[in-house]
Every structure is written in structure tokens, then in C-alpha cells.
Design a binder for this molecule. Structure first.
Ligand code: F6R
Length: 253
């Protein structure tokens, strides 16, 4: 399940090609999408590749993992704005098929249930892209989130708010909470690509490797998924045992 590439651009090439291939073979695919720094080079590469290959993206459906509570879709720091900037504003997507939670929903609990229900009606996720937080969160499922959780409102941990403050200008405040797909929606995806790049992810990747599946490290749940790939660059893999980094199956990636 581990694939280690030399650097982040090589990771972006691999993931972008996997996306192109998936969409080409199944134009009505349902994608689960992530935001964050890890995804930026991947989306840039994908836009470039899709454009050059005239890939038809108009029939695909997407569900984003999460959105900050309190930010409108127009807010420049919302994940809606991120997706328009890095992906949806390019190529020929059908905006009616692109879904993100609404950070301004009046009844957040109800909105979470409806988001989950909408995803279920679309048949669930075929291919889920994931990043991982320095504390092991996937989506915004922070350490301790129950594995049987569905889309819900979450209070962001201090660690996550500090990590994500780099995306907020100056002293702008990182929202305290978010709506996130739960562990169930993520694990029900038929295929998962989790991507971690850079030295800042080395510690959590090593912990993932060492630990049994535990709610204390949400990322570990992927060990139970039959079709999850963990895609790393050498920096993110740098604290894994040498025997793992050097094994032919891994090194061939
Ligand atoms: C984003 C998300 C998060 C990020 C994670 C890593 O939609 O769900 O789990 O994937 O926080 O973020 P970066 O890539 O910025 O390190």
C-alpha cells in the first residue's frame, strides 16, 4: 500500500495521471476531493495534463471533504474559493455536479446529514483523494473521532488551527470549527489515494506505520481499507525504517 517517490513533483505526476486515467475510463466517476498545500501541485499538474489531453470533465461529480464553519463560499479563504482557484475555475466542469459543505448553513447538523445523504444518493465515492494533518487527521476528523462517524461538525484542534494559520493572512483568525465528511464516508470510498509530502509529514507517517489501527490516529484506519494507497515523497518517508524505504515493491514506485 506504500508508494514512495523521489519528490513532490513526481508524486503530483503520479496522482494526476491516476485521476486522468480514472476519468477517462469512467467519465461519470464520483470523486472525493481534498484541499490544502499537498493538493496544490497535484491540481496544477492535473489541469495541465487534462487540458493537453482534452479530457472531458463535464460529467464527473465531486464531493469535497470539508469546509470551514462561518466562511461563505465567496470568502477568499474558504475551501470553495480554494477549489475554484486551483481546479474548478479551469477546464469544463459542470458546476451543478461539484459539491462542498456550506459553511454558512443555518442548521449545521442538519446540513451535515443532508450532505451525507446527497453523497449516498450519488452512489458514494469511487476515488477519494486525501491529505493528512500533522496530528493524523483525515478530512477534519481530528484524533479521537469515532470510526463510525458520518459527516459532522467538528471543533478544530489547536494543532490544526496553528498548522492552517499559514493559509490565513496576517493575524486573521483561523475558524474554530468545520464541517467534515466522517470516517464512514471516507472508508466507504471504493478507492483511496492518501498523499503526504515534505518533512513536516515524516513524523505522522512513521507513527502511522508503527501503530495498530487506533482512533487516536485517524490516518491508521486506512490500514483496514482494501484499496488504499499511501503515496509519499522521500521527505515524508524519511522516518520510516530503512527496510521499508528500501524494499523493491516500494522503491519501484
Ligand atoms: C483538506 C483536509 C485536510 C488536509 C490536511 C493536510 O481538505 O481535509 O485533512 O488534507 O490538513 O493539509 P496540507 O496539505 O495543507 O498539509
Amino acid at each position: 500500500m506504500l508508494h514512495i517517490f523521489s519528490d513532490a513533483p513526481s508524486v503530483a505526476d503520479y496522482v494526476s495521471s491516476a485521476l486522468v486515467e480514472k476519468i477517462r475510463s469512467r467519465p461519470e466517476v464520483v470523486l472525493g476531493l481534498a484541499t490544502g498545500g499537498t493538493m496544490e501541485p497535484i491540481y496544477a499538474r492535473f489541469v495541465d495534463q487534462a487540458r493537453r489531453q482534452r479530457l472531458d470533465v463535464s460529467r464527473l461529480t465531486s464531493f469535497n471533504l470539508d469546509e470551514y464553519v462561518g466562511l461563505s463560499a465567496d470568502h477568499p479563504k474558504s475551501y470553495s474559493a480554494y477549489m475554484r482557484h486551483h481546479l474548478f475555475g479551469h477546464l469544463g466542469f459542470d458546476s451543478s455536479r461539484l459539491h462542498l459543505p456550506d459553511g454558512l448553513a443555518r442548521d449545521l447538523e442538519r446540513h451535515s446529514r443532508e450532505y451525507s445523504e446527497k453523497l449516498r444518493r450519488c452512489g458514494g465515492i469511487d476515488l477519494q483523494l486525501l491529505g493528512v494533518g500533522g496530528n493524523g487527521h483525515i478530512g477534519f476528523n481530528e484524533p479521537g473521532t469515532a470510526f463510525d462517524s458520518r459527516c459532522h461538525v467538528v471543533r478544530l484542534s489547536e494543532r490544526t488551527r496553528v498548522d492552517n494559520s499559514r493559509f490565513f493572512d496576517g493575524n486573521a483568525i483561523v475558524p474554530a470549527s468545520a464541517i467534515t465528511m466522517g470516517m464512514c464516508e471516507i472508508m466507504e470510498a471504493r478507492e483511496i489515494l492518501l498523499v503526504a509530502t515534505g518533512e513536516s509529514k515524516a513524523r505522522i507517517v512513521a507513527e502511522w506505520y508503527r501503530h495498530e489501527v487506533t482512533e487516536a490516529i485517524p490516518f491508521t484506519v486506512l490500514k483496514r481499507h482494501a484499496r488504499a494507497k499511501i503515496i509519499l515523497d522521500e521527505a515524508a518517508a524519511s522516518l520510516l525504517p530503512d527496510s521499508v524505504r528500501g524494499s523493491p515493491a516500494v522503491a519501484s514506485a
